[in-house]
Design a protein around this ligand. Structure first.
Ligand code: API
Length: 276
C-alpha cells in the first residue's frame, strides 16, 4: 500500500490510555496512510520514540464513519484492539456530538455507542472454529493440548485463556512469552491468565503478542468473557479487574460488548527524523 512521508512540519499524534493500555493515535483521514512496520517500531521505541502498547491509525471510513488500523510495537499488525477502539470511539463521539459510531477494522465493521456516560463498543462475535482463530490443527478449543489447559478464542486476533487458582502466583512474563509462540498458534497468540472470583467477576492479567505485558487488553478481555462463560464459570455479563483498572463485558447475540475508562494523556508532534 502507498504510504506518505512524515511532513516536514512533523506528524501530530495523540497519546491515550484505555484502562492503562496505552496508545499513540494518528489521524490520516483525507490522506494516504503513514505507518509502515519500520515507523511503528520507531514510534514504539520508548527511548528513541514515544512508546505505546499499540499504534492506531485513523483512516477514512468505507461505508463507515471511520476506519482503524492497529500496529504492535514490534512492527507487526494487530488484527483487533479493543481498548484503542474504545478510545477512538469516545473521541469521535465527543468531537461530532453523535452518540454512535461505525468503525471498519480488518475484522469487519465494529460499532460504538454512548449508554449514559459510558462508551460501549461491540467487538464482534467470537471466532470459535480452529482454522479461523487461527490454530494449526483441529483440536478442542475448550481444552487445548497445551500445559495449563487453556481455551482458544479468536476476536479478530488469537487468544489463549488460562484459568488459574491464584493469579499472584503466575509468572506472566515467562509463561506468556513461551505460550505466545506455541506451534499450535501459527500466527502466535495473545495470552490471558484469569482468576474467577464469582459468576460476575474475574481478575485478568495479560501477555500481548508482539508487545509483552500490558495493563489491559480489550480483545483479550472479550476472549476471557467468552472462554469463562463457555467453561460454565461465569454469566455472560461480567466485571473484570485488569492491572490498569476495571472493564465490563457483555457477550450478546450480536457480539461481545465492552466498556471501561479512557483517558487522553497528551497531544504531541513527531519530528520527521523519527522515521529516518
Ligand atoms: N491491546 C489490544 C490488543 C492487542 C493485540 C495485539 N497484541 C495482537 O497482536 O493481537 C486490545 O485492547 O484489544
Amino acid at each position: 500500500m502507498q504510504t506518505r512521508a512524515i511532513p516536514s512540519a512533523g506528524l501530530p499524534f495523540r497519546k491515550m490510555h484505555g484502562a492503562g493500555n496505552d496508545f499513540v493515535i494518528l489521524d490520516s483521514r483525507g490522506m494516504a496512510p503513514v505507518v509502515t512496520p519500520a515507523l511503528a517500531r520507531a514510534i514504539g521505541d520508548r527511548h528513541r520514540g514515544v512508546g505505546f502498547d499499540q499504534l492506531a491509525e485513523i483512516r477514512d471510513g468505507e461505508n463507515t464513519d471511520i476506519s482503524l488500523d492497529f500496529w504492535n510495537s514490534d512492527g507487526s499488525r494487530a488484527g483487533a484492539c479493543g481498548n484503542a477502539t474504545r478510545c477512538v470511539a469516545s473521541e469521535w463521539m465527543a468531537e461530532t456530538g453523535r452518540d454512535s459510531v461505525t468503525i471498519r477494522t480488518t475484522r469487519g465493521v465494529l460499532r460504538g455507542e454512548m449508554r449514559g456516560t459510558e462508551v460501549w463498543v461491540n467487538m464482534g462475535p467470537p471466532v470459535l472454529d480452529w482454522a479461523s482463530v487461527p490454530l494449526a490443527r483441529d483440536v478442542d478449543l475448550l481444552h487445548l493440548p497445551i500445559e495449563g489447559d487453556p481455551v482458544a478464542v479468536g476476536m479478530g486476533n488469537p487468544h489463549a485463556v488460562f484459568f488459574v487458582d491464584d493469579i499472584g502466583a503466575v509468572d506472566v512474563a515467562a509463561r506468556g512469552a513461551s505460550v505466545e509462540h506455541d506451534p499450535l498458534y501459527p500466527q502466535a497468540t495473545n495470552v490471558e491468565f484469569v482468576e474467577v472470583r464469582s459468576r460476575d467477576e474475574v481478575r485478568m492479567r495479560v501477555w500481548e503478542r508482539g508487545t509483552g505485558i500490558t495493563l489491559a487488553c480489550g480483545s483479550g478481555a472479550c476472549a476471557v468473557a467468552v472462554a469463562a462463560h463457555q467453561r460454565g464459570l461465569t454469566e455472560r455479563h461480567i466485571r473484570m479487574e485488569v492491572d490498569g483498572g476495571w472493564l465490563e463485558l457483555d457477550w450478546r447475540e450480536d457480539g461481545v460488548w465492552m466498556t471501561g475508562p479512557v483517558a487522553r494523556v497528551f497531544d504531541g508532534v513527531l519530528s520527521p527524523e523519527i522515521g529516518a
